[in-house]
Design a protein. Structure first.
Ligand code: COA
Ligand code: ZN
Length: 314
């Protein structure tokens, strides 16, 4: 697609797909393993920097992703794409090492209430457990990323302060993570807040790999992604069709929709390296797979260069 106005920068943006983890974890019926593998294989050829394949959580907590080993073993590993997985504890890390992953995406919440709901423990206990996972990862030469849930707000304890967020970023930076994902788990962030958070975080740790992870729960998702880009962020999580949601956060709904975000950034002249037509085809098939309409407005309306026949004149 041609951008307007024509871009002079063509800044590279790194797009990370989370539909088979954040998207599938909250589904009510189990998606067969071979369907998950087939979708990931198609997405692997669409230009992503990273794909979050699954999570090595307790199958009792997240039954939809109980087949994480089989999915990891079954997918094609396309060169240039990093295959990451969500890891909540040491047991999950050991399972992931047994099948080989490119990154551990560790998870804990900035909000104490959400951490207890999601991970059944206090933040300090999560931090201690994840510190052991980071030691294990380093001894296996696996890079680590920490996804900090409820970084902007929590449905149980309200808006997250920048000080609280920076406190946990400091702790994880000190134990040697490669990257930090700042997650708006239930769509509570606004663009001004995003801009401030991104500026402070990047200026304190310019060498960390920063990712922003937004949900569109209150319709601010793409506005927040734009605020992040304007603050220098170049890496985003997003979900095909806008599927997603945290089973442990009241009112949580889908992530920002990958094809909508890519369509916007492509039109603005950014270099996403994503084949948008391939995404739209995958998103359409995903609707059939889950048996309901996805929140993707782009899937409904088509790209801006789609032309319609003029209505008949009376
Ligand atoms: N993989 C497989 N099984 C696991 C596991 C893992 N990573 N972690 C724990 N288990 C098993 C234990 O072996 C135990 O099994 P048993 O009952 O057969 O003995 C059982 O789960 C309970 O173990 P426990 O250590 O007491 O864990 P818990 O019940 O306190 O659960 C978590 C802690 C973090 C593992 C669990 O809450 C979880 O996986 N949550 C999912 C978080 C998530 O993905 N949220 C959405 C994304 S943000
Ligand atoms: Zn999420």
């Amino acid at each position: 697609m041609t951008s307007y106005p024509p871009s002079k920068t063509h800044k590279r943006l790194y797009i990370q797909e989370v539909v088979t983890r954040d998207g599938f974890q909250a589904e009510s019926s189990f998606i067969p393993t071979e369907q998950k593998i087939a979708l990931i294989n198609r997405l692997s050829h669409a230009g992503y920097a990273k794909i979050e394949v699954s999570s090595f959580t307790s199958p009792k907590a997240i039954p939809m992703l109980a087949d994480a080993e089989a999915v990891m073993k079954g997918i094609e590993r396309v060169p240039g794409v990093e295959y990451t997985v969500l890891i909540p504890n040491l047991k999950g890390a050991e399972r992931a090492i047994s099948v080989g992953v490119d990154e551990f995406n560790l998870v804990m919440s900035v909000s104490e209430a959400h951490n207890r709901a999601n991970l059944k423990m206090a933040r300090e206990d999560s931090f201690a457990a994840l510190s052991s996972v980071i030691v294990l990862a380093h001894s296996n030469k696996i890079p680590t990323n920490i996804s900090l849930s409820t970084s902007f707000g929590c449905p149980m304890s309200g808006i997250t302060s920048l000080d609280d967020l920076m406190y946990w970023i400091d702790r994880f930076a000190a134990v040697g993570v490669r990257g930090v994902t700042i997650c708006d788990t239930t769509g509570m962030a606004n663009p001004a807040q995003v801009q401030k958070v991104c500026e402070v975080a990047q200026s304190k740790y310019p060498d960390l790999q920063w990712t922003l992870h937004f949900h569109n729960t209150r319709g601010m998702g793409l506005a927040n992604a734009l605020a992040a880009v304007n603050s220098g962020i170049d890496r985003f999580d997003s979900s095909l069709g806008g599927l997603g949601g945290c089973p442990y956060a009241p009112g949580a709904t889908g992530n920002i929709c990958t094809e909508e975000m890519v369509h916007m950034f492509d039109l603005m002249g950014f270099d996403t390296q994503i084949d948008i037509d391939a995404l739209l085809a995958c998103s359409k098939d995903l609707q059939s797979l889950i048996g309901r309409t996805l929140p993707s407005q782009l899937l409904m309306a088509g790209k801006v260069d789609k032309l319609y026949a003029a209505p008949c004149q009376p």
